[in-house]
Design a protein around this ligand. Structure first.
Ligand code: X2X
Length: 339
């Protein structure tokens, strides 16, 4: 009897506390608008950490009317899968690099990924929050997707390998390196003399582990979150490209929100992007010591010879022609002359 009583009492308490903590009464009814958000990086990455905070803030700010359900780490499929789900409406929100599979639909979106274009964060944010960003979001808008104003930071990218450090351009000769599925990325590493293979991020760890490729390139926050240090030995600080994630939305899903909720949604998401940028910059700087302690061997790289190698390979000439004079001029407004 006592046993039954205790169990029943426990169940009642547990139910009461579940209602009390996870479902405050004012959110007791189901959300009017429930959107899924897919990301391609592990749970612990700042994109997801600040994504979860944004979901909470949105619920709070809309009195539970708008719910954002985050699916990190390619749970909904790889980049190409999530991108087609986004376009069909099966997925409402997807954070995607313009240089990644978005560029297979919209080649212009890759322009922020031109090799060695941005020398530092101030130059970069001035461009992405300024005229270049405005121009890029206009192009993305023409594809029928909706894009939020602030791009989320991934960071300046560094090359890791299991075979040898990259110190001078010759070290790239024949290196089997994974790049995202993107003509610009492939061209950049071909121009540097490497042998790039296109893979979605979901496949990177196992491709490195099984030696399908010897290297990859990503910022420290990703090397850490995806534990790439377990299958890589060297990290060369090439800073060859900056990359970020646009917060993309399916247009019909966005159109379901009345204007006041659209305004709240945009405000919350863009504020979260700004907080994420700070955390990513901090991690990309601070994590190097932690990764070195885990065995990754770092070396500094002089960028000029790499830029010269790309130039000689015709990289800048080719991409200036592909992007066209208007886009290239907007890029060079912030970077200075590139070609
Ligand atoms: O695929 C990658 O390497 C990643 C996670 O950095 C991008 O989304 C471009």
């Amino acid at each position: 009897m006592a046993h039954t009583f205790t169990r029943r009492r426990f169940a009642t308490l547990a139910a009461a506390s579940a209602i009390g903590s996870a479902y405050p009464l004012r959110y007791a009814r189901a959300a009017e608008f429930s959107f899924k958000w897919g990301t391609n990086v592990p749970e612990s990455h700042p994109l997801n950490v600040h994504g979860r905070k944004a979901a909470d803030a949105l619920k709070e700010a809309t009195n539970g009317r708008v719910e954002l359900r985050l699916f990190p780490n390619n749970q909904l499929g790889g980049d190409a899968d999530m991108f087609s789900q986004l376009r069909s409406g099966a997925l409402e929100c997807f954070t995607l690099s313009g240089v990644n599979v978005l560029s297979t639909l919209l080649p212009a979106a890759a322009i922020s990924g031109v090799g060695f274009a941005f020398k530092d964060y101030p130059t970069l944010w001035k461009a992405m929050d300024g005229r270049l960003g405005v121009w890029l979001r206009e192009q993305i808008g023409k594809t029928g997707l909706v894009v939020q104003e602030k791009i989320w930071d991934n960071g300046f990218r560094q090359v890791t390998t299991s075979t040898r450090p990259i110190v001078k351009p010759e070290d790239f000769q024949g290196l089997k390196i994974r790049v995202p599925v993107s003509a610009l990325w492939t061209s950049l590493f071909q121009g540097l003399g490497a042998s790039p293979t296109s893979l979605n991020f979901a496949e990177v760890y196992s491709a490195l582990q099984t030696k399908v490729v010897d290297g990859q390139e990503n910022p420290p926050a990703i090397i850490s979150a995806a534990k790439l240090y377990e299958v890589q030995k060297y990290c060369s600080l090439t800073n060859h490209m900056w990359d970020g994630w646009w917060f993309l939305m399916n247009r019909r899903a966005w159109g379901q929100l009345p204007p006041d909720l659209q305004e709240t949604f945009a405000r919350v998401i863009n504020a979260a992007a700004m907080a994420e940028r700070e955390e990513v910059a901090r991690q990309n700087d601070g994590l190097k010591a932690e990764l070195a302690a885990k065995g990754l061997i770092f070396n500094a790289v002089e960028p000029e010879p790499f830029r010269a190698t790309l130039s000689q390979a015709g990289f800048y000439k080719t991409w200036k022609a592909k992007f066209g004079p208007e886009a290239w001029a907007i890029l060079e407004e912030s970077t200075g002359p590139l070609a």
